[in-house]
Design a protein around this ligand. Sequence first.
Ligand SMILES: N[C@@H](CCC(=O)N[C@@H](CS)C(=O)NCC(=O)O)C(=O)O
Length: 357
Amino acid sequence: MLTDVLSLNFRKRGVKEPITETLIPPRAMANLGVPVSKDGAFQRVDAQFRHFISRAPGAHFPPEANRYHLYISLACPWASRCLAFLNLKGLQHAIGVSVTKAKMGPTKPSVDDHSGWIFPTGDDTEPGATPDPHNHVRTVRELYEIADPNYAGRFSVPVLWDTKTRQIVSNESSEIIRMFNDEFNDISNHPEVNLYPQHLQSTIADVNSWIFTDINNGVYRCGFAIKQEPYEAAFHALFAALDKCETILDKQRYIAGDELTEADVRLFMTLIRFDAVYVVHFKCNKKFIREYPNLFNYTKDLYQVPGIGATVNMWHIRHHYYQSHPRINPFGIVALGQEIDYSAPHDRHRFSSKQSA
Ligand SMILES: N[C@@H](CCC(=O)N[C@@H](CS)C(=O)NCC(=O)O)C(=O)O
């Protein structure tokens, strides 16, 4: 299966790599832009830069102020969880952030047909997007090519960059958030905030596991499936998992207990994009989140945590998804939907809570 996934990436970059045994017609593959397996299911490929910033003596990447830089898209739920951690831990003064433009575009049009993340440069500005102050690149792709000229994977965000060695420390959000939580406490303005507390770690591992598979990645499995069966399987698993969240949130304020944890930040990033984008664009159209009383109030509760709400830019979210996947929305029409006021009152105070970030 992985062979198919990688073949598709090579193909997309114009590398003459034979593609065998695929069920996807070549023309469709060129426009696909996402890895799928032979049975038509979306396959997420593991991130490839997996270094760790550590306080341990002699660590290759020690936590230092103004050494690391985070490259993100405000549309991307994985990147936005990193930005939320950076805010919640009070690391804004120590770790810089660059934000891509919402819509993906050609990264090297004279070489291949890859479409990816673009930074604003010169006059090419966009509200919310910010240029790269360190490498002055136009694309996220260039960051990967600086870090490893032979890199053959996807050019995804987030990217946690080391300005000192000009390396990518990590492009895996689940690990970047742990680094921000644990390793910068001597520098951070909120070392007391702990979103991965010891006593909840096994509960967090459990909820992260099914929420990642069926919700965070589940919406992508719905949206990027290219056959009916994997779409339906992902759809049913997604709504079963949302029902499960609804039941859990009937008994407690947060998804892993009575305190805010990383599991909430991870879940929130999908919920906040759901009604505006995933329902329509990814065909997750059994129910809106606003139709689930507990999930809707929970989404408002988390949105109203300043460091979390500050990551939400609905313009970037809508314009990215609807305009960056020509295969599923060929004309790039941005569905309008209903404006939802996530700053409206919620009922989650009915539960006791130990910590509010
Ligand atoms: N495992 C990564 C996944 C990140 C990811 O899939 N990012 C998407 C945006 S939402 C991306 O950059 N896709 C561009 C591409 O793969 O070309 C993480 O969690 O950090």
